[in-house]
Design a protein around this ligand. Structure first.
Ligand SMILES: Nc1ncnc2c1ncn2[C@@H]1O[C@H](COP(=O)(O)OP(=O)(O)OP(=O)(O)O)[C@@H](O)[C@H]1O
Ligand SMILES: [Mg+2]
Length: 237
């Protein structure tokens, strides 16, 4: 479904991704792990189109994604929930969710998707009239993920959904992401510092280090092999 080959990208000539190969199959859930500054966010940005790579190819459904503007990629079903809680603070929760369904394929499915969102994050159902800015950090992150779900993605990319949250709030987010992954057969990519939890819900994982893929393995392999996990994931696992 998504096939990336030999992708390199950087900022002002400083490389952030070096010759990365990465793929996501239909229905597959893939984790991207790795230390700060490894290039995880840059990889997602290259897929959604906010970073223009220096070389390499990205194909989605066999089509050349790099030839398409970012909004065309959204229309094709690639939905990126960025790092940091990007919600509209002065809009209500209901309106934030409605914005998620602006994608053509999602417009007629607003009510059905909202039901799914309430199953994933029940807390949001009681907050529809509140302004986004009045929510706690954890609730804002739920809203950010929920808005992505509203778009009926074909490939949903979540960049560190639990980042910067207190452990309880991070747990709530992770429970929601787990429910989402169990109920949706859509392809998903999740960048996560909580390596163990990410592996529990994902089929496969890539470890990025200094812009390079240092390991690609199934979650089962990583969870089963303590030495491998210790070598690549340190104390996080
Ligand atoms: N807008 C930018 N301008 C210049 N350099 C950048 C920019 N964004 C990222 N970088 C650099 O590119 C490299 C990869 O950054 P990236 O944000 O992709 O890493 P990351 O794995 O997502 O890290 P984190 O875990 O901290 O989110 C880092 O060295 C970073 O400093
Ligand atoms: Mg990042």
């Amino acid at each position: 479904m998504l096939e990336i080959s030999d992708l390199s990208a950087g900022y002002d000539g400083i490389p952030a991704l070096r010759s990365v190969d990465f793929r996501v199959g239909p229905r597959e859930h893939v984790a991207i792990l790795g230390p700060n500054g490894a290039g995880k966010t840059t990889l997602l940005k290259a897929i959604s189109g906010t970073v223009v790579p220096d070389s390499g190819s990205i194909r989605f459904d066999k089509r050349d994604l790099l030839a398409q503007a970012p909004h065309k990629r959204v229309e094709a079903g690639i939905v990126h929930v960025p790092q940091g809680r990007m919600i509209f603070a002065s809009m209500t929760v209901a309106d934030n969710l409605r914005l998620g369904s602006h994608r053509a394929a999602a417009q007629n499915r607003h009510d059905e998707r909202r039901e799914l969102v309430f199953e994933i994050f029940p807390a949001l159902a009681d907050m529809l009239g509140r302004d986004g800015g009045a929510l706690s950090g954890g609730q804002q992150q739920m809203l950010a993920v929920a808005r992505g779900v509203m778009a009926c993605p074909r490939l949903l990319m979540l960049d560190e959904p639990s980042m910067g949250l207190a452990p309880r709030a991070a747990d709530d987010i992770f429970e929601g992401v787990t429910r989402l992954m169990q109920s949706e057969t859509t392809a998903m990519v999740v960048v996560e510092q909580r390596a163990h939890q990410a592996l529990e819900v994902c089929d496969r994982a890539y470890v990025l280090e200094s812009g390079e893929v240092s390991l690609e393995a199934t979650s089962r392999e990583l969870l089963a092999d303590e030495r491998l996990a210790a070598a690549y994931l340190g104390s996080e696992l």
